[in-house]
Structures are given as C-alpha cells and as structure tokens.
Design a binder for this molecule. Structure first.
Ligand code: SAM
Length: 268
C-alpha cells in the first residue's frame, strides 16, 4: 500500500513509518505458520505487510472507509486473510474469530480508545496473547505495581486476569504525523484457563473502580460510603477487616491485586 493517505485525527491515525520498529512489534507477537492473528487498526499496513503470508489465519479490523477499501484490494487474493470493516468495539470477537482462544492479537491502536479496546479484548473468553502499541503513560499504568503513582484500576483490571509486560518504548518520531506523546509496546497474556470465577472478576471490578475513584481516601471510608458498594454498614466493614486481617486505614494503591481480590471475596 505504497502511496500515502491523509491521516484522520478523529480516528487516531498516526502511522508507524519506522521499518525496524514495525518488524520488532511483529516479532514480539511471535506467531508461527499454524497460528491465527487478529490485527486491530491495520491502517496503511505498517504491521500487516510483515504479517502477510506468515500465518494461516489473519483477520484485520479497520474502521476507516478509505483504508478498508485499500486493504481489501491488497488482500483479496490471499487465502486465510480477511478484512472486517467495522469498529472493533462493536465486533463480537469470539463469534467472528472461530479460533479466538488461540488467537494472537496485535495492534497499533487509536490512543483515545485504548482502555475500551483493552477491556473489550479482556472480556471472557480471552485470546491467547495481546501485543499493543499504546501511549507510554498508559503502558506504565498497565504494568504498574502497587504502591506507585501509576497503579490503579487499569493495572488491577489487567493484572488480575493476565500477565502484563512492558516490552519497549517507541519514540514519537517513528510515526507520521508525529504525535504529541511517547509510545510503548506491551504484551498482555491472559491466564489460561482463567484463574478466577466470573463472579469474583465482576466483584473485583466494581470494588476496584470505586476504590480508585476515591484513591486518596482510606479504604474503610470508601467501603462505608461509596454508593457503588452499597454503601456497607460499619459492622460489615469491621467484619471484613477481621476476616481479611487487613488494616483498612490503608489507601487503595497500597493493595496489590491479590489483596484486593481477598477483599472482594470478603465483601461478596
Ligand atoms: N497499524 C497502522 C500503523 O501502525 O501505521 C495504523 C495505526 S493508527 C495509530 C490506528 C488505526 O486504527 C487507524 O488505521 C484507524 O483508522 C484505525 N481505527 C480507529 N478507530 C478504530 C476502531 N474503532 N476500530 C478499528 N479500527 C480503528
């Protein structure tokens, strides 16, 4: 897909023009011939060109009309390669991709919808692996450890269902147009099979969202007063403290995901 198109800001179009980085990202996916790969937002094919012909099943999901037309022409004679011209957030991925739980996902995705895309990919059932280019600051938040300022609902949401790894930074000048923010590539490998029952995942999500909305408050205050949690009567909060053995005057960011899970179970 040689000639350039004008980038649409509304679709988060910053095209990766550095061929070494294109190759490095595709290598990070580590796909081999029998594999199924989904690429989100293939754009002008920066990553796609390195994937074509290397795997048995390649699915591309692109929202932009012009780019989808060009991609369709590019792949029309290639067996095992398919384009879904749609908003990825509206695609029922496990239904559309028959080998979804074995699928490796890759994408240089629009930064304004990184979190919704991530949570869409992490709904159950989950794919085998996800390699994404994201804003550097979001990469830091995905892999953040408890006790750091980057740690919050995103870290807990991802790390409670998957392993999260920071792979490498990507400088602004690797893109056209040059974006205002730095980028980085992360690898997210969902636990297979999932470690938590669905119900625990749900309670943990509600608890985490509430706690980090009020991240400056002591945990016991949020448990007693946050509307999404009930709120919980004082005796119940005291019982949770006794059952878990946690000091509930701690702030939420001091609780790693496994301790938040213990809390979620005690609440439930
Ligand atoms: N992969 C290409 C690259 O690395 O140069 C393009 C990356 S660009 C940051 C993001 C791409 O996602 C664009 O092609 C854009 O049109 C597409 N896109 C934006 N919103 C989308 C959505 N909701 N669903 C699918 N693709 C989307």
């Amino acid at each position: 897909m040689a000639d350039r198109v004008r980038a649409k800001k509304s679709l988060g179009q910053n095209f990766l023009v550095d061929p070494n980085l294109q190759r490095k990202i595709v290598a990070a996916v580590g796909a081999s011939p029998g594999d199924a790969v989904l690429e989100i937002g293939p754009g002008q094919g920066a990553l796609t060109e390195h994937l074509l012909g290397t795997v048995d099943h390649l699915t591309l999901v692109e929202l932009d009309d012009d780019l989808a037309d060009r991609l369709r022409t590019r792949i029309e004679d290639l067996p095992g390669t398919r384009l879904i011209h749609a908003d990825v957030l509206k695609v029922d991925l496990p239904t559309e991709l028959p080998r979804w739980e074995e699928t490796r996902v890759v994408g240089n995705i629009p930064y304004n919808i990184t979190t919704p895309i991530l949570f869409h990919l992490l709904e159950r059932p989950r794919p085998r692996e996800i390699v994404l280019m994201v804003q550097r600051e979001v990469a830091d938040r995905i892999v953040a450890r408890a006790g750091t300022s980057a740690y919050g609902a995103l870290a807990v949401g991802v790390q409670s269902v998957a392993e999260a790894e920071f792979l490498f930074p990507v400088p602004r000048k690797a893109f056209r147009p040059v974006p205002r923010v730095e980028s980085a590539v992360v690898r997210i490998t969902p636990h297979a099979p999932p470690r938590l029952p669905k119900e625990d995942e749900r309670t943990l999500r509600i608890l985490t969202r509430a706690l980090f909305q009020w991240r400056r408050k002591q945990l016991q205050k949020t448990l007693r007063e946050h509307p999404d949690l009930g709120p919980l009567p004082r005796e119940v909060v005291e019982r949770i403290g006794r059952d878990t053995g946690f000091d509930l005057t701690r702030r939420p960011e001091t609780f790693p995901p496994d301790e938040l899970l213990q809390l979620a179970r005690a609440i439930h």
